[in-house]
Design a binder for this molecule. Sequence first.
Ligand SMILES: [Zn+2]
Length: 502
Amino acid sequence: MLWLASDSIFVWSKAPWKLPSLPLIWIPQNGIHNRLEFLRNSTASWKSLRDSHSSHRAYYWFLFFADDVFLIPAGSRSILGSVNGKEPEVKDTELYAALLRLPKPWRVREVKLDLASERVDVWLEHDPHAKWNCPECAKTAPVYDHAEEAHWRHLDTCDCLTYVHARLPRVNCPTHGVRQVKPGWASSGLAITDLFECRVIDTLKECDVTGTKRLTRTSWDEAWHIMEKAVDRGLARKERRVPAQLSIDEKAFAKRHRYETLVCDCARGTVEYVTDNRQQGSLEQYYRQFTPEELTGIEAVAMDMWDPYIAATKAYVPGAESKIVFDKFHVVRIVTDAVDKVRRNEHKMLTSEGDDRLKGTKHLWLYNEENVPEWRKEEFDAIRGTHLKTGRAWAIKEALRGLWGFSYPKRAEAFFRRWYFWATHSRLNPVIAAAKTLSCHLPNILTYFKHRISNATAEGLNSKIQMVKEMACGFRNREHYKTAIYFHCGGLDLYPRAQATA
Ligand SMILES: [Zn+2]
């Protein structure tokens, strides 16, 4: 027997284990079957259920909820909210009307189960006296005729593909002419219900398109199209606003040095804008969306020391000189690159003298001190103790990282001056060059102490984007790449609007 509560379906059965024949709801297969097998074999839990309710009739509820099956002793059925002790039996049509959360005046006419092809088809019909509104102006209009039968994929019923069928009425609006009424269960115009679309979106958030395709039994194109639709919807709904703290970053796309420019909102940790290349014009595209008044709302912009970004920001953001913050990570990387150059030169020189001490140590010198892996620490300490030029360069780089620990900009500046003296007197040409570059850009390195922002947020996003890229095998298609970034990192409202209930 079937019994329906607000959000659950209960199936009435007799113990010990006698599975009801339930052509409609219970299909023993896959996960559900395994769960039942598990319950059947787990004598301990079975017993405890039975024993603790031995005074009751030996009846149990099977509770099917999402993909789980629970056993509930019949003795506790008062918690299920049965009215007057009667258990109303539910017809399959009523069951589906409730499951589909059908808006009035729709109801279920027929439900058909085809077990062989694991498919449930549900036909809807509407109250013949129902009043319909024109989808354009929302005014009541007389029915003109009915469109051909259409179908929408819905959430599976116990692993059976489930389709909803209906003939939508067409109204004759005095103003807009003949228009088809919108189905209350499918708002996006796709041949899927809103509930199924939400499920696919949720699945896409958790895994790549190929995984989604497999889990939701859609095609790659269908799953991808749902992602695109969701992003379009999210972008259209996106509130127009300029974040107070921005972070600009470039992300290599595919191979061959193609880049995307990413504009991120530091506070929200979202990608606000993705645009091709990393030229001045790329970033200007973002700024150009806003009025000069809106752009004054930008308080700080974290970025790499990349001239096109600096120029674009200076051209559009009022007071940019004191708002640009060169990101800590990128600043240190300039010196780290210098360390690597020192190592390469020194390794070449040592090798020519038959000394291969630096062989295989490239990555060791790129680590920050605290990140050297445990198993290489001994090796690293030993090589640092041999007074190599590379070791000196590395020490200079490590010292620079102390800059961001200061509280006051004046102290930080004094620290930088001391560091600069050390670096420029190191007789290590790459290090000297790096120090000079930093010195030229010092004012906007020190703006950090006013705004305290970095690309850290964007870098966190970058790792998410990296994951997005790996998910889709490199996205040879640039637009696909952007869509996936907005989907996963855009902080957008992606879901179809909840169905209107009459
Ligand atoms: Zn109208």
